[in-house]
Design a binder for this molecule. Structure first.
Ligand code: TA6
Length: 299
């Protein structure tokens, strides 16, 4: 595998000898491209996504930490911007690891309270001695992203939420079926009664996207499978991440986001977002919270 920096050092590219590739923006350690061996792009990235560090990337895999959404009732994080500051900080590249036996490549990125590229708002609003290691592992048939959060100050424990806000690319949202969420209770963030927690009907065990969808599931099954026209495409499994958010803005919300282009791009994406967002993960001095997703190409 080869790893190259772009000339302005803003972005890394890793290529496997078998042809697969990923691109990672150091801003947010945001994976902005993942191609299979034929060069087929697996992630959705808005044509108007800001890649210059001026705002969180609209697409790819933005990282959500230490808060999912906003938490007005949570003293430690109530003043943070939506989805926290991991996706709006410049991470450091810590190195790559590969080996003869390993056909893939793992890229490590770091962000801590001491990182020069830390979003300045964060340092002021969330003064904890945190350390994040984010690993992106590209293998021929899968992409794994994992995060480890540690606290270097025993005297100041913090509570956090973690989520990988993955924008999966699809050919036609109306042909998409998502399984693995059956009978999982979910919080619905859409509609007049939002956010309501209601138990998803036991049947049908298949979720289709026919309008704005914004649900926080706690699946009982190990894998969430995204199929198109009856053909499985992605199989998402989680390690220590109990929740899966499913989001599609649909037409009106897509048109209302300046960095969401083309306006009908909602037809070509669905967010399947593994995370630990149902409550708060306490990270005390010496503790480590670890969570990972693996997206397997099954189609
Ligand atoms: O993950 C779903 C969600 O929380 C939606 O409610 C919507 O806000 C989406 O994230 C995008 O948020 P962003 O801050 O990236 O515009």
């Amino acid at each position: 595998p080869t790893v190259t920096f772009t000339d302005d050092n803003s972005r890394l590219r890793a290529d496997l000898p078998t042809g697969e590739s990923i691109e990672v923006l150091l801003y947010g350690a945001t994976v902005i491209s993942w191609k299979d061996a034929t060069g087929d792009e697996k992630l959705w990235l808005s044509e108007a996504a800001k890649l210059d560090g001026s705002k969180a990337v609209r697409g790819g895999i933005p990282l959500v930490f230490p808060v999912f959404g906003t938490a007005p009732d949570h003293p430690q994080t109530k003043d943070l911007p939506q989805h926290g500051f991991a996706r709006t900080s410049r991470w450091e590249f810590l190195g790559k690891s590969t080996s003869e036996s390993m056909v893939g490549v793992k890229l490590d990125f770091g962000l801590s309270s001491a990182t020069p590229g830390l979003d300045p708002k964060a340092a002021a609003l969330w003064p904890f001695k945190f350390n994040l290691i984010y690993s992106v592992t590209l293998n021929p048939e899968s992409l794994t992203t994992s995060i480890v959060a540690t606290n270097d100050d025993a005297a100041a424990p913090f509570d956090c939420q973690v989520l990988m806000h993955t924008y999966l690319r699809v050919k036609d949202i109306t042909a998409v079926e998502i399984t693995g969420l059956a009978s999982a209770p979910y919080t619905d963030k859409v509609g007049p009664s939002a956010p309501s927690t209601k138990t998803q009907p036991a049947t049908p065990p298949t979720l289709t996207i026919t309008g704005e969808t914004d649900r926080v599931y706690t699946p009982t099954e190990d894998a969430v499978t995204v199929s198109e026209a009856g053909q499985p495409r992605f199989r998402v499994t989680r390690d220590n991440l109990a929740n899966v958010v499913v989001w599609n803005p649909w037409a009106d919300k897509a048109a209302a986001m300046a960095d969401f282009k083309p306006d009908d791009g909602y037809k070509n994406m669905v967010c399947v977002e593994p995370g630990a967002v149902g409550g708060w993960q306490a990270v005390e001095g010496g503790d480590a919270f670890e969570g990972a997703q693996t997206i397997k190409l099954v189609g």
